[in-house]
Design a protein around this ligand. Structure first.
Ligand SMILES: Cc1cc2nc3c(=O)[nH]c(=O)nc-3n(C[C@H](O)[C@H](O)[C@H](O)COP(=O)(O)OP(=O)(O)OC[C@H]3O[C@@H](n4cnc5c(N)ncnc54)[C@H](O)[C@@H]3O)c2cc1C
Length: 594
């Protein structure tokens, strides 16, 4: 059976030792966060996930959501769990204290988020969407709207959605047809059909606050004519109490491969009252500003499911007896040795482990950059962190969710045929992980964003914010013999990344298809180098052993990191080759030749 085992030791190490939080020491709500306090938060998050959310993971998958007469019912236990999680403040860590939030750092919230997602991703989506909508309203909403809507969203009384997708428009939001007609009182009447809306309708909260992209009459064509509106399911009376129905109807729910307990809804808006968020025709700007944290969140979903699959696979590999070790019997008292003695099973488990821990280091470090970009007292430091995040967000989203798929598939392989059987629970992780590569911008689009927008931004300045620390680290440690097994492979793959960058910059200018053809390989190459940089730093700390973790923990980090450097990182060599092979063979066939 699948099991839930929170990666508490690793999370505590990353928060308390790995990342450097000194740039945030003067943020009042952060300075209370002593290691003892954060450890206590993590312990309780693990506890509540294990006892409340994880038991609903499989039942939620089997039961799914139901739609009757426009009302969506979530699986048994979700309503009670939602109440307990929101009343305990588990969804409002990073929210502004002015509206009832806790004002805590993302690096803590995202570590908690990882545990919650690995216990029950479908459940986590309802809470995650609310924070996404909160962020947009908080950043761009008029003061009156914030006062009216945010306190109940932060408390969990109301939830939120993001309504972008329409039948004819997924990636290309310039094709949006929903329209918004201005009214004399300053509000708008919104009409349109949205599809695939997560948490669009459900029974967890008494109101749902939809953020809807639509265009006003005469707005410019395409992406430049889109605005963002707040559209409540139920209108508010002047005193803030719930009033009339706002003609927001769920006309269908999707039957999906995974995340079955998350309601994915078709929504109809019919002259529904909406309120502008941000400036007219600047809806995409509002969306993009909040996308960094939403995409990091989806990357963490990939990591969380990878971890869930890994911890179940390790447990199974120790228990399951099959065959004898090729170097001689290891468990003579048993009819066979356990799976974990076999090198090929080790290959899979070590791949899963090194990807998962590397992803966690990367996401914790990037979450810290998010906090620095919001809160550091020096504006240059804030700006640099912001540019670094903007560069690495597509990498984190796509690389970690690709890893989520690869690792959850390896998890099934470790179980053999038993992994394919539903009752063992690990096939659900793969089904659940698959969506993460698609929503919040499909991974191919993340790669195009990286190559087409993020690399050239500010003439490559964002790239330098990443390249400089990596080359400084290599220079500082290149003659340290203890770290050589980390620094040499890092330097080699970093060189490959630099070559690939140059190739794309030169070729992409004359033929954009070259950049498009290289983009997915390039994103993975950058993800691997970023992960190698994390592993090399963890190895440096582990060799120094100056922190509070056990000797075993540090030794484990060095061994796992070495596996990554020797057995995973060489992928960068073939990635560089495929990038350098250019676009010719890829574009050679005419469409009718396929
Ligand atoms: C379970 C689920 C939940 C979702 N939740 C939400 C939600 O809450 N709110 C919401 O608004 N939407 C939501 N979505 C929609 C999701 O974000 C879209 O499915 C996604 O953006 C891709 O759009 P599409 O499916 O129309 O694919 P398309 O845009 O048709 O893309 C198909 C393929 O073509 C590629 N492609 C498209 N354009 C290009 C290009 N220019 N260059 C290269 N490749 C390209 C894509 O990468 C993709 O691989 C959800 C979807 C699902 C399945």
């Amino acid at each position: 059976m699948a099991l839930f085992k929170a990666p508490l030791e690793d999370i505590k190490y990353l928060t308390n030792e790995f990342i450097d939080t000194s740039k945030l020491s003067d943020v009042p709500t952060f300075s209370d966060m002593t290691p003892d306090l954060t450890d206590a938060i993590y312990d309780e998050a693990a506890n509540i996930t294990a006892n409340l959310l994880f038991p609903l993971n499989r039942t939620g998958d089997e039961q799914g959501c139901t739609l009757i007469d426009g009302a969506v019912t979530t699986p048994d236990g979700f309503k009670e769990a939602y109440k307990e999680m929101t009343s305990g403040g588990w969804g409002s860590f990073t929210c502004d204290p002015e509206f009832g939030g806790q004002g805590l750092p993302h690096y803590i919230a995202n570590s908690v988020d990882e545990m919650v997602v690995s216990g029950n991703i479908s459940f986590s989506i309802y809470m995650g969407l609310t924070i996404g909508a909160y962020n947009a309203i908080h950043k761009f909403g008029a003061e009156e709207l914030k006062q009216q809507y945010l306190p109940n969203m932060v408390s969990g009384k109301w939830s939120g959605t993001m309504c972008l997708t329409e039948p004819q428009c997924g990636t290309d939001l310039g094709l949006i047809r929903s329209n918004a007609i201005p009214q004399e009182d300053g509000s708008y009447q919104i009409t349109g059909s949205k599809i695939f809306i997560s948490a669009g309708e459900h029974d967890l909260t008494e109101n749902i606050i939809h953020l809807v992209l639509a265009r006003t009459p005469g707005a410019p064509e395409g992406i430049k004519g889109i605005s963002l509106f707040l559209v409540p399911k139920i209108n508010l009376n002047k005193d803030g109490s719930l009033g009339s129905d706002n003609n927001v109807v769920c006309s269908g729910i999707e039957h999906k491969m995974g995340i079955k307990a998350s309601a994915t809804c078709a929504m109809e808006f019919e002259n529904s009252t909406g309120y502008l968020i941000g400036d007219l025709n600047k809806g995409m700007k509002a969306m993009f500003v909040m996308m960094n944290s939403a995409r990091i969140h989806v990357g963490i979903q990939g990591l969380a499911l990878a971890h869930a699959s890994y911890s179940s696979a390790v447990d199974y590999a120790k228990e399951r007896l099959q065959g004898r070790s090729i170097t001689g019997t290891k468990q003579p008292d048993k009819p066979a040795d356990s799976l974990i003695v076999h090198p090929d099973i080790r290959r899979m488990l070590m791949t899963m482990k090194s990807y998962t821990e590397g992803s966690r280091a990367l996401s914790t470090w990037l979450s810290l950059q998010l906090d620095i970009s919001h809160h550091a007292s020096d504006k240059h430091v804030r700006k640099e962190a912001d540019e670094l995040i903007s560069l690495l967000t597509p990498v984190l989203k796509a690389f970690l969710t690709d890893i989520g798929e690869e690792v959850t598939s390896l998890g099934i392989q470790v179980y053999g045929g038993h992994g394919y059987i539903r009752e063992n629970g690990v096939e659900q992780y793969l089904r659940d992980a698959r969506i993460c590569q698609l929503y919040e911008g499909a991974n191919g689009i993340q790669a195009l964003d990286l190559v087409g927008r993020k690399l050239p931004t500010h003439l490559g300045r964002s790239l330098r914010h990443f390249f400089h620390p990596v080359s400084n680290f290599i220079e500082k440690n290149q003659s340290n013999p203890e770290l050589a097994p980390f620094v040499l492979p890092l330097a080699k793959s970093f060189g490959r990344l630099q070559n690939a960058t140059l190739f794309i910059a030169q070729k992409g200018l004359s033929n954009p298809d070259e950049a498009g053809a290289a983009s997915t390989d390039y994103l993975r190459l950058m993800g691997l180098v970023a992960m190698a940089y994390m592993w090399a730093q963890m190895a440096e700390q582990a060799h120094a052993k100056t922190g509070n973790m056990t000797e075993t923990f540090y030794n484990n980090k060095i061994k796992t990191g070495l596996f990554f450097m020797q057995k995973v990182l060489p992928q960068t060599s073939s990635l560089l080759s495929t990038i350098m092979a250019g676009s010719t063979s890829l574009m050679a066939l005419d469409a009718d030749q396929f």
